[in-house]
Every structure is written in structure tokens, then in C-alpha cells.
Design a protein around this ligand. Sequence first.
Ligand code: ZN
Length: 203
Amino acid sequence: MPILPQPLQDLIDAFESLPGIGPKSASRLAFYLLKAPAYLSENLALALAELKSHTGTCQVCCNITLAEQEVCDICASSERDDNVLCVVEDPLDVLALERTGGFLGRYHVLHGVLSPIDGVGPEDLRIKELMARLGEDSKVTEIILATNPSMEGDATALYLQQQLVNHDVRVTRLARGLPMGSDLEYADANTLLRALAGRQQVD
Ligand SMILES: [Zn+2]
């Protein structure tokens, strides 16, 4: 016999399946929603229902965008610098760099890093799409490899560096101001700005 009513247990299990949420936090959240006004649960349910159906992938940079938009706002903007392309692991890194206000170029989102242990190879990342952007009419003169300063992030940057050898672009890597093993999305804006300003050529 389950101790809790099934709907409550289901919600706890659903929360617990999310990263960073253990059994205690999952229970706390579920009980909070149970006691809170109904609109809170309704808003949450609506947001969850629309999350997948109302979002898509930008056809240029592979960042997350509205489902009805083929191209995200950053790619669509005429105010950004076409010469500099910043390659990041995931959309949260774009968010972190945008928050600094110090980067005015374009982005490319890989959606992950190379990780042989997890079975993630080059074909699983948006590398093909990146190379396609460097075709004949490309205006890109610099590519900043802004993958996280982790083993996988470094390995991915090295792989990309090798892929870019025959392209006429300057390849740079964020400066070492970021602690090893850290995540761009958790870095404060000043640290990120320093890492960006101090980026160094790797080829
Ligand atoms: Zn885009």
C-alpha cells in the first residue's frame, strides 16, 4: 500500500527525475503545490505543456527559439557583428554571455560536448551545422571556442580547432580566468567578461 495518494506520489517522482532535485526537495515542492492556490499548479501545468510544442531550434545557430520562428532574435538582428562567432555548449551559455552585455558577435550552440564515455561523438553535436556556416559567403573571421573549462569542454575545443585548420579564420579560446571544471552558466558576469577579453589564439 502506498503511503501517499498516487497523484501526489506521481508528482514527487516527476520532480525527483529532474537534475539536482533529491527526494526531500521533490516532496517539499509537491506538498507546497498541494497547499498553494490552484492557479500556481495550473500555470505550471500550462508552461510544461507548452514547453516542447511552442519552442524550436534556430536554423542558423541551433539556439532555442519560438516554434514559429525559423531564426532566433540574435541571428535575425542586424546589430550583431558577423565577423565573430562564439561556439558554446548549450543555450544557457548564450544566456550567460548575453547577460554580460560584452559580446556583440554571433553564436553557435553545439548542444553538448564530446564524451566517449557517454557515447557522444562529433555527429551527435551541431558541428555539421557550424561548418556549413563557414562556407564561401561566410563573413566569419574569428571563432571563439567557448566550451566549458572541463575535460570534455577542452577535448571538444581541440577537436573543433583541428576541424578548423583549413578554414581562413582565427580560432581563439576563452582565457583561463574560469576555474577548471566550472560551467559558463554559473560564472559571474565580470569573470566571463575577463575570460572573453583575455581570449587567446589557439592555432
Ligand atoms: Zn540563431
